[in-house]
Design a protein around this ligand. Structure first.
Ligand code: OSB
Ligand code: MG
Length: 371
């Protein structure tokens, strides 16, 4: 059964975060994101573009995503006959980079196909290996170490299974040492978002004594080879985030021993088809993976939950409850975590949650329909 996309609706929504989120590249107070609705025969599928407000995590941002989808991504799928959502990603092969823009539309078509077939998204992607996904939290850099300790206390009390702390030069070893002293037994890790270079190897070696689960993306966003050199000097496994934009990158990084763990993000790799390939390559090489987050709304979060139900997502990821980000979710029900620090994979059709359309309209700042 083939189908085609009749119409693509873009919208930009603004959602203030309940607490600012600070990484080595800056602070975010409010998300400004692009949502993609694909329409076929009166049925809609939804996706979220995970680009940030500035081109600091990678080269993409809200405005670039809007233009790329409008001018390059949408025209490559509109009116073309598709057998499955898997046919979408290859249509973007001439577009260099801009995976998050491509991915925002790609994941919407997967949601649409699941809805056409009246099955949950996790089933369509071959997931569902686990009924609940293990959930951790990613903590932005706080003003003081006391704030860090207080926040960790609260997240552990809520049941979350692991704590990730953002680090940057000047806010790294000493902060983590304090946290380790106070919480000797928790699953703890750090994410540098490319804030270091090989010159910092000695400083990063000092982290080995804190038995972290992993250190995420310490070196440049596009530098797999430097990570090989650093990994050889560290006991702590390196987890690559920014560097892995395709299954081919994952295969290269694993073959060269650049990392022991990989974080998979749907947007960063361009959607479900590539994310599944990254998952499979890692599984074949016994490299565990976990699902990263990009401060998503409920729509992106729901897609992440489906992805994390694939079998090799064995480590707690960054997908946590809506109320950690939003006063009001754009779904009719917020996404919640269990007291055991898991999120139940929904069995409803498509991504499994209902959009609160009235609220969505009220936070929409721009709309455009492409036919
Ligand atoms: O590197 O994982 C990252 C947020 C924005 C940009 C990059 C990253 C993050 C997070 C937050 O760590 C994960 C989340 O809570 O959604
Ligand atoms: Mg990261």
């Amino acid at each position: 059964m083939s189908f085609h996309i009749d119409e693509i609706r873009l919208r930009q929504v603004k959602m203030p975060l309940v607490h600012f989120f600070e990484t080595s590249f800056g602070r975010t107070y409010e998300r400004d994101m692009v949502l993609v609705e694909v329409v076929s025969d009166g049925l809609s599928g939804w996706g979220e573009v995970t680009a940030g407000e500035n081109p600091f995590y990678n080269e993409e941002w809200t405005e670039s995503a809007w233009m790329i989808i409008r001018d390059y991504v949408a025209p490559r799928v509109l009116g073309h006959s598709l057998e499955t959502a898997r046919d979408v990603a290859p249509r973007f092969k001439h577009i260099r980079g801009h995976k998050m823009a491509c991915g925002g539309l790609e994941v919407a078509v997967w949601d649409l196909e699941a809805r056409q077939k009246n099955i949950p998204l996790h089933q369509l992607i071959g997931g569902g290996a686990r009924k609940e996904i293990p959930s951790g939290v990613s903590l932005g850099i706080q003003d003081t170490v006391d704030d860090v300790l207080r926040v960790i206390e609260k997240e552990l009390a809520a049941g979350y299974q692991r704590i990730k702390m953002k680090i940057k030069p000047g806010r790294d070893v000493e902060d983590l040492r304090e946290v380790r002293k106070r919480f000797p037994h928790i699953k703890l890790m750090a994410d540098a978002n490319s804030a270091y270079t090989l010159k910092d190897a000695d400083r990063l070696q000092a982290l080995d004594e804190l038995y972290l689960m992993m250190i995420e993306q310490p070196l440049a966003h596009d530098e797999i080879i430097d990570h090989v050199e650093l990994q050889a000097k560290l006991q702590t496994p390196i987890c690559l985030d920014e560097c892995i934009r395709s299954a081919h990158h994952a295969e290269q990084a694993i073959r060269m021993n650049a990392c022991g763990i990989i974080n998979i993000k749907l947007g960063r790799v361009g959607g479900f088809a590539e994310a599944i390939k990254v998952h499979d390559v890692c599984q074949q090489h016994n490299i565990p993976v976990w699902c990263g987050g990009m401060l998503e709304s409920g729509i992106g979060r729901a897609h992440n939950i489906a992805l994390a139900s694939l079998p090799n997502f064995v480590l707690p990821g960054d997908v946590s409850a809506s109320n950690r980000y939003w006063k009001r979710e754009l779904l009719t029900q917020p996404i919640e975590a269990t007291p055991q620090g898991t999120i139940v994979v929904p069995e409803g059709v498509g991504f499994g949650f209902d959009i609160d359309h009235a609220f969505l309209d009220s936070i929409t700042v721009r709309q455009e329909t492409i036919r």
